[in-house]
Design a binder for this molecule. Structure first.
Ligand code: ANZ
Length: 754
C-alpha cells in the first residue's frame, strides 16, 4: 500500500487563493452577453474587532449561491467593500489620538486579509470604500439630487444631548436614557437638522413590497414600521368661548373607527401636558357638547394631531378618561346613513417619520451645502465635489454641540456659488446610513471610475444614465441581518425610488430577493460581544481547522435562518468529514484493481444527492445539503475503487462549500481546468430507475425457492434471465425444460417444469 498523504488545508488554501486571484477567476464581466446574476451581502463596518463568525455565515451562504450560479452558466457579480464611516472609529480616534482615516485603513486591510483567507469568490477588482473621497463625492452628488428634488429640508428637531460630555448623541449611543460613555442622563435639546422626506415615499415603500421576494416577517416588519392606516378626518365645530355659540373654526380629528362616534366623550389634541383647554366641541353626530383636552398620548405628527376620545372602545382613551374623570359611555355603532351626513373626508396616514439626516460628527460625508444670507442654502457646484473632510487636530465635538468641523474656520468660510459673496459651509455630516444607501450601484461603476466619472466634459447625471444599470439591476439576491429591516433596507429602498423618479436607475426596487441569516451566539446561548469576552476569532479557527472546515461548519451548524450557539465539536466534525473526502480520493487513486462503474443502487443514490444538494441550496437549507453529501461519502467509501466520474460529481457538489479542498483533489485527478469552472451536475434519468429496489419471489411449480432483488419494472425476459442465474434455482432445475413462465410484475416469477 502506498502511503497516503494527509490533508493540510494550511498548505493548499493559500496556494489556490493565489492562483484564483492571478487567473481573475471571480471577476465579473459586466459587458458579457450571458445572463447576469448579482449576489449581494451587507458589506462590513471595518471595526477594530475584525471579522466576526456571523459575517462568515452570511458570506459563505451567498458564496455558495454565487458559485452554483457560475456553474449554471450565469455571469455572476459578487462584490465586497467597506462601510467605513461611523462612530466607533471616531470614538477610537478621540481616545487614541489617531486620524480616523488611518484607523480605517488599518481595519480594512485586516478585514480584506481575513476575507481572502476564507476563499470567498468576491470580485476584488470592484472593492469600494464609503470613506474614500471619490466614493463620498458621489454620495454627496446623489444627496444633492434629492435636495434639488425637494426631498431634503432643514427643521428644528429635538436631539439627544449629554450635558456632561456636551455632545449630541446618536440614538445608538443612548442606553436606557443615559449617555453610553459617561452614564449621565440624556436630555432632549432642540437643534436645526437636515431631514430627508422619506414620508413622501411611504405609500410606495409599502405597496411595492408586493413586487419583491422578501421573507414574510421582513415585509410585515417594514409595513408595521411604515404604519399605513386608512381612516377619515371628521370636523367637530368648536364653541366660541365668549359667545357660547359655535365658532367658525373646526377641530379636525383622525379616526379609523368612525362608527364609534356616538360613544365619544371628549376630544384630545397633541400636547406636552394633559390638561383641559377650557374649550368645547360639538359632536356632529348627536350635537352633544364635549370638552377639548390636550393629551400627551396624542402625537403631533400622526393623522391630524387630534382624536375623538372613545373610552368605551379604545384602550388609550379609556386610561385617559379614568385618570381625568371623563365619562365612559357605550353607545350603539352609528350606521352608514347617519355617518354620511357628517362632514368628513378620507385620509391615509403613516407612522413613519422623516429621516433625520444630520450628525454633529467628524467622520462622515460633509453635507455639500453652503449658506449665504442672500441665497439661503445652495448646493456645492458639481465641479467642486467631493467636499473633502479637512484634516483636523482634535476630533472632539465642540462645547456648543456643533460638529468638530465647525471649528475649522478656513474650511467653513467659503463663497456663495450663486453670488460669490461670503458664505458658510454646512458643518454637519451625513449619518452612517448614507454610503450604504446606494452601494449596490457603486459596485457597478466602471473600474476606472476614479478618473472617468470625474471627467468634467459630461455631467454626472449623463454618466450615471450611461452605466450598465439596465442589465445589472436589480440585485438578484441580497442577504443580510434582520436588524437592518427598518433601517438600511428601508433607507436604501427610499433612495432607490427617489433615484428612479429622477431617471437615474431603471428599476423601481433595488433588491429582487432578500434573505436573512440567524445570529451565531456563544456556546452559552448569549450574544457574542467584546464586553462578555466570548467572541470567536476566525483567524485562529482558519489556522487550526482550515477555511473549508470553518465554511462547511457554518453551513452545517443548523437551519440558516435560525439563531444558533457556537459549538467547536461541530467544527471538529466537519474537519473530519473533509479528511475523509481527502482519503477517499487518494485511496481510490491508489487501488490497483480496475475501478468499477457505479451499480444501480449507487447511481440512484448519486442522482438523489445531486437533486438534494441542488434543491436545498436554493432554499438555503445548507445543513441538509451537507448531510446529503455525508451520506454520499459513506457510500462511496464502501465501494472503492470506483470510476472517477462519480468522485468528480461528488467533488463538484461539495465545491461551493469547500472550494480549496475540492480544487486540490480535482487537479490531483488530472483535471487541467478549475473545478469552479466545471458545469453544475445535471440530473439524468437512469433507465428504469426505481424509487427503491423490488424483491421478486422466484417459484418453481408454485413453490417458493428463492427471492431476488432487482430494479422495478424490469422486462419479463430479464427477470427470467436473472432467476435462471441464481444458484438455488440452477441446482433445482438441473437442466430441465421450462414449459411455461408466469410473471407478476415486480412481485413474482413462477417457472413451470415437468
Ligand atoms: C376612534 C377610535 C375608536 C380609534 C376605537 C381606535 C379605536 P391605527 O388603527 O393604529 O392606525 N389616533 C388618531 N390620531 C392619533 C394621534 N395623532 N395620536 C394618537 N392616536 C391617534 O390607529 C388609528 C387610531 O389611532 C385612530 O382611530 C385614533 O383612534 C388614534 F375603538 O379613533 B381611533
Amino acid at each position: 500500500m502506498p502511503k497516503l498523504n494527509s490533508y493540510f488545508p494550511q498548505k493548499i488554501e493559500k496556494k489556490w487563493q493565489k492562483i484564483w486571484a492571478k487567473k481573475n477567476l471571480h471577476r465579473a464581466n459586466l459587458q458579457a452577453r450571458r445572463k447576469k446574476y448579482y449576489c449581494l451581502v451587507e458589506f462590513p463596518y471595518p471595526s477594530g474587532e475584525g471579522l466576526h463568525v456571523g459575517h462568515i455565515r452570511s458570506y459563505t451562504a451567498l458564496d455558495v449561491i454565487a458559485r452554483k450560479r457560475r456553474a449554471e452558466g450565469f455571469e455572476v457579480l459578487y462584490p465586497m467593500g467597506w462601510d467605513a464611516f461611523g462612530l466607533p472609529t471616531e470614538n477610537y480616534a478621540i481616545k487614541t489620538d489617531q486620524a480616523p482615516a488611518v484607523i480605517t485603513k488599518r481595519n480594512t486591510d485586516r478585514y480584506r486579509r481575513q476575507l481572502q483567507a476564507l476563499g470567498f469568490s468576491f470580485d476584488w477588482s470592484r472593492e469600494i470604500n464609503t470613506a474614500d473621497p471619490h466614493y463620498y463625492g458621489l454620495t454627496q452628488w446623489l444627496f444633492l439630487q434629492l435636495f434639488k428634488a425637494g426631498l431634503a429640508y432643514k427643521a428644528k428637531m429635538p436631539i439627544n444631548w449629554c450635558p456632561v460630555c456636551k455632545i449630541g448623541l446618536a440614538n445608538e449611543e443612548v442606553v436606557n436614557d443615559k449617555c453610553e460613555r459617561c452614564a449621565a442622563p440624556v436630555v432632549q435639546r432642540e437643534k436645526e437638522q437636515w431631514l430627508l422626506a422619506i414620508t413622501k415615499y411611504a405609500d410606495r415603500l409599502d405597496r411595492d413590497l408586493d413586487l419583491v421576494d422578501y421573507p414574510l416577517p421582513v415585509k410585515i416588519q417594514q409595513r408595521n414600521w411604515i404604519g399605513r392606516s386608512e381612516g377619515i378626518v371628521i370636523k367637530f365645530k368648536v364653541e366660541d368661548k365668549k359667545l357660547k355659540t359655535t365658532a367658525d373654526e373646526d377641530i379636525e380629528i383622525f379616526t379609523t373607527r368612525p362608527e364609534t362616534i356616538l360613544s365619544v366623550t371628549f376630544i384630545a389634541k397633541a400636547g406636552k401636558t394633559n390638561r383641559f383647554t377650557g374649550e368645547y366641541a360639538i359632536n356632529p353626530a348627536n350635537q352633544e357638547k364635549i370638552p377639548i383636552w390636550e393629551a400627551e398620548y396624542v402625537l403631533a405628527g400622526v393623522g391630524t394631531g387630534a382624536i375623538m376620545g372613545v373610552p368605551a372602545n379604545n384602550e388609550c382613551d379609556r386610561e385617559f378618561a379614568q385618570k381625568h374623570n371623563l365619562p365612559i359611555r357605550e353607545a350603539p355603532a352609528a350606521d352608514e346613513i347617519s355617518l354620511k351626513k357628517i362632514k368628513a373626508h378620507p385620509l391615509t396616514t403613516y407612522k413613519l417619520h422623516d429621516w433625520i439626516f444630520s450628525r454633529q460628527r467628524y467622520w462622515g460625508e460633509p453635507i455639500p451645502l453652503v449658506y449665504c444670507a442672500m441665497h439661503g442654502w445652495t448646493p456645492t457646484p458639481e465641479k467642486d465635489l467631493p467636499v473633502k473632510l479637512p484634516p483636523i487636530k482634535r476630533y472632539q465635538p465642540t462645547d456648543t454641540g456643533e460638529s468638530p468641523l465647525a471649528s475649522v474656520d478656513q474650511w467653513v468660510r467659503t463663497k456663495c456659488p450663486v453670488c460669490g459673496g461670503p458664505a458658510r459651509r454646512e458643518t454637519d455630516t451625513m449619518p452612517n446610513w448614507a454610503g450604504s444607501s446606494w452601494y449596490y450601484l457603486a459596485y457597478l461603476l466602471p473600474k476606472n471610475s476614479k478618473t472617468e466619472i470625474r471627467n468634467p466634459k459630461q455631467t454626472l447625471k449623463l454618466k450615471f444614465q450611461n452605466l450598465n444599470f439596465k442589465k445589472w439591476l436589480p440585485v438578484d439576491w441580497y442577504n443580510g441581518g434582520l436588524e437592518h429591516t427598518t433601517l438600511h433596507l428601508l433607507y436604501s429602498r427610499f433612495w432607490h425610488k427617489a433615484l428612479y423618479d429622477l431617471q437615474l436607475v431603471p428599476a423601481p426596487e433595488p433588491y429582487a430577493k432578500r434573505t436573512s441569516h440567524g445570529l451565531i451566539l456563544a456556546a452559552t446561548g448569549e450574544k457574542m460581544s467584546k464586553s462578555r469576552g466570548n467572541v470567536i476569532n476566525p483567524d485562529e479557527l482558519v489556522r487550526r481547522f482550515g477555511a473549508d472546515a470553518l465554511r462547511l461548519y457554518e453551513m452545517f451548524m443548523g437551519p440558516f435562518d435560525q439563531a444558533i450557539g457556537w459549538n467547536e465539536d461541530g467544527l471538529v466534525g466537519t474537519r473530519r468529514f473533509l479528511d475523509r473526502v481527502w482519503r477517499l480520493v487518494n485511496a481510490n487513486q491508489a487501488k490497483k484493481t480496475k475501478p468499477a462503474r457505479l451499480d444501480l443502487a449507487g447511481q440512484i443514490l448519486l442522482q438523489q444527492t445531486i437533486k438534494k444538494v441542488t434543491d436545498d441550496i436554493e432554499q438555503l437549507k445548507f445543513n441538509t445539503a451537507v448531510a446529503a453529501l455525508m451520506i454520499e461519502l459513506n457510500y462511496l467509501e464502501k465501494i472503492l475503487p470506483v470510476r472517477s466520474i462519480a468522485i468528480k460529481t461528488f467533488l463538484k457538489l461539495l465545491s461551493p462549500f469547500a472550494p480549496h479542498l475540492t480544487e486540490e483533489l480535482w487537479s490531483n485527478l488530472g483535471e487541467k481546468k478549475s473545478v469552479h469552472l466545471a458545469p453544475w451536475p445535471r440530473l439524468i434519468r437512469i433507465a428504469s430507475s426505481p424509487a427503491a429496489p423490488v424483491k421478486i419471489v422466484v417459484q418453481i411449480n408454485g413453490r417458493t425457492r428463492d427471492i431476488l432483488e432487482t430494479v422495478a419494472d424490469l422486462a419479463e425476459e430479464k427477470i427470467k434471465n436473472l432467476a435462471l442465474e441464481r444458484a438455488k434455482i440452477k441446482s433445482r432445475l438441473n437442466g430441465k425444460n421450462i414449459k411455461r413462465t408466469i410473471v407478476i410484475p415486480n412481485r413474482l416469477i413462477n417457472l413451470v417444469i415437468d
